[in-house]
Design a protein around this ligand. Sequence first.
Ligand code: PRP
Ligand code: ZN
Length: 285
Amino acid sequence: MSELKIAIQKTGRLSDNSRKLLEECNIKIPNGSNALKSRAENFPIEVLYLRDDDIPQYVEQQVADIGILGENMVYEKDKDVVILEHLGFAHCRLSLAIPLKEVFTGPEHFMNKRIATSYPRLLGDYLAQKNITAEIEEISGSVEIAPGIGLADAVCDIVSSGSTLMTNGLREVVTILKSQAVIIVNKNLETGKQELLDKLIFRIKAVKNAKENKYILLNAPEKAVPRICKILPGMKSPTLLPLVEKGWCSLHSVVKEDEFWDRIDQLKSAGAEGILVIPIEKMIL
Ligand code: PRP
Ligand code: ZN
């Protein structure tokens, strides 16, 4: 019987959310404290805990069939793998940063400078595109301390909250790439593994859709219903239930999380009352 091998980050920005996503897909992984791999109890999947930097190579070589990691790393490593799905977490950007006291005039600021980074390919592409000659100092971690210890004039690294830059007296001046967690796959999956992957992706989409949407319930006078229906399109159209009080009804629908504050103002002015917004656990479209 087939088994799918998934590589996720062992420790770091992505690891907790990667595990959480699998759990939300109802894939139970035993909590081995320092295990480098573990087998799920209720789905034919083996989880490999690796450095995110190594995941593209392992997926290309079929050591793992699929992997969860940042898009930034996928593009940097440029291996022969396919991005299947954006996962909506670990949002960050790859940026250039300079010491706080320096004035920034534009990309030419970096002419003949030394830039420390763990992303030599992406930085090299950016510099070439801007016709800038600079020295790339490749280091594998703690990039942000490089200017402070005289190793470089600037850095090119991942920024999420920005606190690492701030702690090191640096300021973000150029964003090269925006990134989030993605799922990558080997190009030559055998049929049995592909079927398992389809099942997994189906679950991931249901979890992702659920997170991006909210269930909304409200009360409204019957005469306000046509206007409210225009504001709340829903998956098909809103559900309408009568209230005991004559002339009133209850409307149920689904709204996109990132639109819902905007919609709520419109709903209130259309006559909606007692609005409840409830998280959705799974959503199958
Ligand atoms: C990045 C980057 C910074 C930190 C920035 O590391 O190297 O150290 O995150 O986050 P902040 O803006 O919230 O302070 P990453 O998690 O990619 O780790 P890795 O390079 O060790 O894999
Ligand atoms: Zn890493």
